[in-house]
Design a protein around this ligand. Structure first.
Ligand code: ADP
Ligand code: MG
Length: 231
């Protein structure tokens, strides 16, 4: 069943977002600091030290994940949008994500590519939104699989579709998408989709979700086709 949703009601949370993320970053940083101080003060066995190193590394990865979901979004750009051709941006993001997909046995495939489709966006934020959606698609397939990407257009609209054959979501989970800190992952931030919804609606786009538990998920980013807007 097609489950198209708008997330305007969640937008007011965004202003508290910077404070929330810096707060979240303090946890891993405090813990890294604590372990380094401990190792400085006491003589631990090699084995214990290696255990501490592992924990520190995990905390650094937690901090990195937070920054990955958030950083580009955090950069203020005062809503300046520029016309872009979609296909090179999508190719660029697929290239950025290739090592991550490879590591998880996921094959990313371009199914259909409208080479001429153009939209009005903040280029970096658009890439960030796409990275967040593609990363979730890859992470939804722990045993590997195919991530299918298409760019389509009509005279009025441009659609960027990202479909995985992963774990899928219940209707309730789809409803909660974009809620801050909603995550079903052990090491998830629960911020990626919130950032994505916020970015896309800032750029006059919409995020559509079609998901079935156990079957997979298709995210569609829908934008006005600027070929028709500029007329
Ligand atoms: P995170 O990825 O850190 O958990 P997100 O905001 O990116 O946070 O995603 C929130 C949650 O939405 C995920 O934990 C997952 O449960 C669900 N989700 C998002 N994308 C997908 C997808 N492609 N397939 C299945 N579940 C998804
Ligand atoms: Mg995510």
């Amino acid at each position: 069943m097609y489950n198209a949703m708008l997330k305007h009601e969640k937008m007011e949370t965004v202003s508290h977002f910077a404070a929330a993320v810096s707060h979240e970053l303090r946890n891993p940083l405090q813990s890294i600091k604590g372990f380094i101080q401990l190792m400085h003060e006491y003589e631990y066995s090699r084995e214990k030290q290696l255990e501490f190193h592992q924990t520190i590394l995990e905390e650094i990865i937690t901090a990195e994940d937070l920054i990955d979901d958030y950083l580009v979004y955090a950069k203020p750009t005062y809503g300046q949008l520029e016309p872009i051709t979609v296909s090179p941006e999508v190719h660029h993001v697929l290239k950025i994500m290739a090592p991550y997909a490879n590591g998880k046995d996921v094959v990313m495939q371009m199914i259909e590519m409208d080479e001429h489709a153009r939209i009005l966006v903040d280029r970096q934020k658009f890439q960030q939104a796409l990275v967040n959606i593609i990363r979730n698609g890859i992470e939804a397939m722990p045993e590997g699989g195919t991530l299918a990407v298409s760019v389509k257009s009509s005279p009025a609209k441009v659609w960027i579709e990202v479909a995985d054959e992963g774990v899928g979501m219940t209707k309730e989970e789809v409803k909660r998408l974009g809620e801050p800190y909603f995550s079903n992952k052990i090491k998830g931030t629960g911020l990626g989709m919130m950032v994505t919804y916020s970015i896309i609606s800032q750029m006059n786009g919409e995020v559509l979700v079609d998901s079935e538990k156990g079957k997979g998920t298709e995210f569609t980013l829908e934008f006005p086709n600027i070929a028709s807007v500029s007329k």
